[in-house]
Design a protein around this ligand. Structure first.
Ligand code: NAP
Length: 252
């Protein structure tokens, strides 16, 4: 069965490794092409957008895709919407892989907000030293609150125009260790962290470090999933779903 994995995550890479040696599937991994030096993958990789839901629908038909697995990041909401629309239009079976969100633990000082604009507001009136670990796309609301001093950590460098004035840029890709996260927070005298609720182990240690240092965290909630999509929490469950799906005739 031909499988298309929409990737860019740890889960997608794990799935790619598992499917690479499995004769039941002919799988391709799709990456957005945003990351300059993507990690090597054991499967054929295609890179770059499809051209909206219609482009993805065309791809699914032309490549006779039997299962579409959306293992994109929980905040890649547009891709997930497009995947749902294209799957619906072509009758392709869709599975969404979504790691569980982080949950606050005793000692955490989280403020949960709905989006980036609310996160920028939640920093407050007084000037603060802020660690932004939200990627490089959504910096505008923070740049507008220019009384704060920002340390921006992202895999890819944002364009110079979108980096807030005076911001320190740290280009790094997880996984991160708690001891290093603590050092980073202390070294830059961070007073508040802003993060998306990405979930997963690779970038969680900043939250443990914040708890240990009693630092507040502004936690941006995930965008909602499209209605009615089948969802599993990780690569192992996706493999089990795929095995069931491959063994079941279409439409049954
Ligand atoms: P997005 O806003 O949901 O998607 C923007 C557009 O990029 C999509 O409409 C699609 O273009 C293209 N695209 C996204 N993922 C793709 C994929 N796997 N294969 C082919 N095209 C893809 O996504 P984003 O937030 O920019 O994230 C881009 C990629 O980075 C995703 O693959 C995601 O898994 C990964 N990532 C995102 C985050 C995050 O915080 N957002 C964090 C870590 C990794 P077309 O409409 O032209 O098809």
């Amino acid at each position: 069965m031909n499988v298309l994995i929409l990737g860019g995550t740890t889960e997608a890479s794990a799935l790619a490794r598992a499917l690479a040696g499995d004769g039941r599937y002919s799988a391709t991994l799709s990456l957005a092409g945003v990351t300059q030096r993507p990690l090597p993958q054991p499967l054929p990789v295609r890179s770059g957008g499809f051209g909206g839901p219609e482009g993805l629908a065309r791809y699914l038909t032309e490549h006779a895709i039997g299962a579409l697995i959306d293992a994109t990041h929980p905040f890649a909401a547009q891709m997930t919407r497009h995947a749902a629309a294209a799957a619906r239009a072509t009758g392709t079976t869709l599975l969404v892989v979504r790691r569980p969100p982080w949950q606050a633990e005793p000692g955490d000082r989280w403020t949960e907000v709905a989006d980036m604009a609310a996160a920028a507001q939640a920093i407050g009136e007084a000037p603060r030293r802020v660690l932004l670990t939200i990627g490089q796309k959504d910096l505008a609301p923070f740049a507008a609150e220019n009384r704060h001093r920002y340390v921006v950590r992202a895999i890819e460098a944002p364009g110079a125009a979108s980096l807030p004035d005076g911001a320190v840029l740290i280009q790094a890709r997880g996984p991160f260790a708690e001891a290093d996260e603590r050092r980073l927070l202390l070294e830059h005298r961070i007073e508040v962290i802003v993060t998306k609720n990405s979930g997963g182990a690779a970038t969680q240690p900043k939250l443990s470090a914040a708890r240990a240092l009693r630092l507040p965290v502004i936690m941006v909630a995930r965008p909602a999933l499209p209605d009615g999509v089948a969802t599993v929490p990780g690569a192992a469950a996706a493999l089990a779903w795929l095995a069931r799906h491959a063994a079941t005739p279409r439409g049954v």
